[in-house]
Design a protein around this ligand. Structure first.
Ligand code: NDP
Ligand code: 8X3
Length: 250
């Protein structure tokens, strides 16, 4: 059966691949993001597919509510929401980090997820059907230097996902927090504010996850029988592992 899938941040990286994967499988995809021309590019890349581009900035509560309320009837009954839009800004330690960057990460990674979730969750509850994927991160599970607020936003998303499951008891709505490790997308280019050399160095001489890996994981979860709920799923490249704790010595 054709599903209606709303993907935030579909203009790049994970979101682009998630939208593409569901669209290629015959689902209807509402592809959202701020960059209209990238949404058009996505739609034009799959002319046979059912893709509805919807420009919205997830940090703007009114814009999100208005955009989702404006969907044509055929796209209103969202079956699957993928809360993917998000970003890291900077890698400075807390004393040196920018307060504005911290605010943007909170507004996007936390408040943006809340605004979009609130706009679709009542409909899912009425229909007693739905699946919400939140994109967390290994950064929400494991601290690292300079991860301060970015990691904290992703820890919020993990707990929000678990609490959603609790609140949605009896509704048949599934919730999964997907927790990727480092993956080659525009993530580092955004984090390092357009510094391509620094961004490229993150992925050089190793094998990061690719956006398609995460899209496949999400598509697989979405195709499990409807009684199966994956609560959270941490996924890393085999070339990434745990670093341990640090001890200061005199
Ligand atoms: P990209 O930079 O490639 O994609 C980020 C997407 O988020 C873009 O489509 C962008 O769209 C969208 N976005 C950012 N801000 C806003 C906003 N205010 N309103 C609407 N959309 C917005 O990075 P990724 O694909 O890697 O990131 C996707 C998610 O995955 C993020 O939540 C990130 O934190 C998470 N993640 C990434 C990992 C990685 O290593 N790549 C690992 C773990 C998690 P536009 O600019 O057009 O608005
Ligand atoms: C992105 C992964 O390790 O760069 O969420 O924070 S990491």
């Amino acid at each position: 059966m054709k599903r209606i899938v709303l993907v935030t941040g579909a203009t790049s990286g994970f979101g682009w691949e998630i939208a593409t994967t569901f669209a290629k499988a015959g689902d209807a995809v509402i592809a959202t993001g701020r960059r209209k021309e990238r949404l058009e590019e996505l739609k034009n890349s799959l002319p046979e597919a059912d893709i509805f581009p919807l420009v919205m900035d997830v940090t703007c509560k009114e814009e999100v509510a208005k955009a989702i309320a404006s969907l044509p009837v055929a796209y209103q009954a969202v079956d699957i929401l993928v809360n993917n839009a998000g970003l890291a800004l900077g890698l400075e330690k807390a004393p040196e980090a920018s307060l504005e960057d911290w605010e943007t990460m909170v507004d996007t990674n936390i408040k943006g997820v809340l605004y979009v979730t609130k706009a679709v969750i009542s409909g899912m509850k009425e229909r007693k059907r739905g699946y919400i994927f939140n994109i967390g991160s290994t950064a929400g599970n494991w601290p690292y230097e300079g991860g301060n607020v970015y990691g904290a936003t992703k820890a919020f998303i993990k707990q929000f996902s678990l609490n959603l499951r609790t609140d949605l008891k009896g509704t048949n709505i599934r919730v999964t927090n997907i927790e990727p490790g480092f993956a080659k997308t525009d993530f580092s280019l955004v984090r390092f504010k357009g510094d391509e050399t620094r961004a490229d160095s993150v992925y050089k001489d190793t094998k990061p996850l690719e956006a398609a890996d995460i899209a496949n994981v999400i598509f697989t979860c979405a195709n499990f029988p409807e009684h199966v709920n994956v609560n959270f799923l941490e996924v890393m490249s085999v070339r990434q592992s745990y670093g341990g704790l640090v001890v200061e010595k005199d």
